[in-house]
Ligand binder design. Sequence first.
Ligand SMILES: *Cc1c(COP(=O)(O)O)cnc(C)c1O
Length: 399
Amino acid sequence: MQTEIPPTAGLALIWQDFIHHKNLRLGDEIAKLLQIPTPAETCSGTVAFILSLEVLYELKPNKNQIIVPAWTCPLVILAIEKIGLIPKICDLNINALTLDPLSLQQLINDSTLAIVITHYGGLVNSFQNCEILAREYDCFLIEDSAQAMGAFNKNQSVGLRGDIGFFSLAFGKGLTSAEGGLAFSKHPEIHLRIHQKASQLPTINKWEIQRCIELWGYYFFYRPQFLSYFYGQQLRKNLQKNDEISAVGDNFSLDDIPIHSLGKWRSKVAAKASIRLTDYWNFLREQAETRIKQLQLISYLYVFEAQENTHATFPFLIILVDHPMRCQKILDDLWQSGLGITKLFVRAIPEYPNLTHLNYKTPNAQDFASRCFTITNTHWLSNEIFQHILQTLKKHESF
Ligand SMILES: *Cc1c(COP(=O)(O)O)cnc(C)c1O
């Protein structure tokens, strides 16, 4: 069986993670680690986002529109629709992960409840003029930090600059509890309301048992010798059918959002594992910085780096190629190689078959999606294999 390097730097579990003190709580550990108010725990990042939206909608019930980037996880859109709010899809700037100010200006109005700012790939994203707009239109800022736990802007964790921040604990996002989410707010009243909502989440045994088994599975099988069974084979099968959306797992529907609590046992396992996060993030940052320098020597590509005064965690490297054809050729060579190369979101939001009712033109995000791929930053990607990837990428300089 082929070895399979995971596409993101998930934090592997060790047996000690399963032995814990009875008072250990994930929220408390993360609060200490990141210097944030103790976050509320939920069954997923998506549900952390849903509870956040519900709280904000209670505070401003005359506003029901949420502005979201056109390149993001489809679950974010489904979450908004699931609770009857209206997603407004904002294009990105050309060649960038930031919101296009023109598009934003056109979408924002007195019905705007919140703008979502997404921190991609462990990088702190720019707020640009969002704070000024939010003040002008009396709306909130939500920081989608699903991919960016541990990212800091100056000395402040992501999620503290906006009104609400949330993290994901899904497989592959870093720290995991086999699906899970955390939400918090710097405003005591909003924070309290998020906690109240989280405490009302039902326990659903069917889901909890399944997730506990998955967490054990993660402990045993999250390693290159087994990952082909649980990830690679499925990826390759879908790519061979030309189904890129299923290949990266972007094929979500409304039924994919169960709403329940995060079980105590899973929370404790993640809490114990979180003790290793600081060292892990430091390792990832150093590895990423060295590798980004090498990638930058390739003329046709751009690698997203940490902005000045920010601290990124780099679960993977986000790479933008100059031409969609060149990107396709690179992926033809490397996507099925088991070396941790993939795409993040394969389409712009309005291009997903189940989201076509969102009739938006977002050419920049569409273009970005067609030219973007990612390289894993897991410690399992050795220097030797990274050099092999570099050589392959250099080969594509002439095409
Ligand atoms: C994964 C992800 C989410 C959803 O988190 P889940 O824990 O999978 O529900 C939301 N936003 C972004 C940007 C993500 O990458």
